[in-house]
Design a protein. Structure first.
Length: 163
């Protein structure tokens, strides 16, 4: 045995265990940050899931659309509005709540979509008089785009939405 071996005996087991525990702790911290970060983004972002793809160009802010839809409260599924029995609803994209405008601009004619709109991009903490939507409600919609009328807001003199 050399002098260096006796002066500094090897302790591989404990050092390796500490190293691996440190690596695992870093991985766990990264996963936690990513998870809570994603949840925070979800809470502030409109989500659009394509059920059936449409065709043609994406809807623009100055367009008008005819849509079939059903709107529900995300918390309990209570339907607060629907076009069922009334036929497609005409809407100017730039004249809806911010989250619905954002969602529409990710759609195409003929497509079917599921939409999630966080409260912040819906009605927020205010309740519209007579509205069945409570304050701070996240909303869900099923939407089918029946027709797109390019530039409809411009034709009606409504112009593009204010940003």
């Amino acid at each position: 045995m050399s002098v260096s071996t006796t002066a500094h005996p090897e302790r591989r087991g404990k050092s390796n265990a500490k190293l691996w525990l440190g690596i695992l702790a870093l991985i766990a911290a990264g996963v936690a940050i990513a998870w809570f970060g994603v949840e925070g983004v979800k809470a502030n972002t409109v989500q659009v899931e394509t059920v059936s793809a449409g065709s043609g160009p994406a809807i623009q802010a100055e367009d008008g659309v005819l849509i079939e839809y059903e709107g529900r409260l995300a918390t309990n599924g209570t339907v607060f509005d629907t076009s069922a029995g009334r036929g497609p609803a005409p809407i100017l994209v730039g004249q809806t709540i911010p989250g619905f405008s954002q969602a529409l601009m990710r759609m195409q004619k003929g497509g079917r979509y599921k939409v999630f709109i966080p409260s912040k991009l819906a009605y927020g903490s205010t309740q519209q008089p007579g509205s069945p939507i409570p304050p701070n409600s996240d909303l869900e919609f099923d939407v089918q785009v029946v027709q797109v009328v390019p530039g409809a807001a411009l034709m009606q003199g409504a112009g593009a939405p204010q940003r």
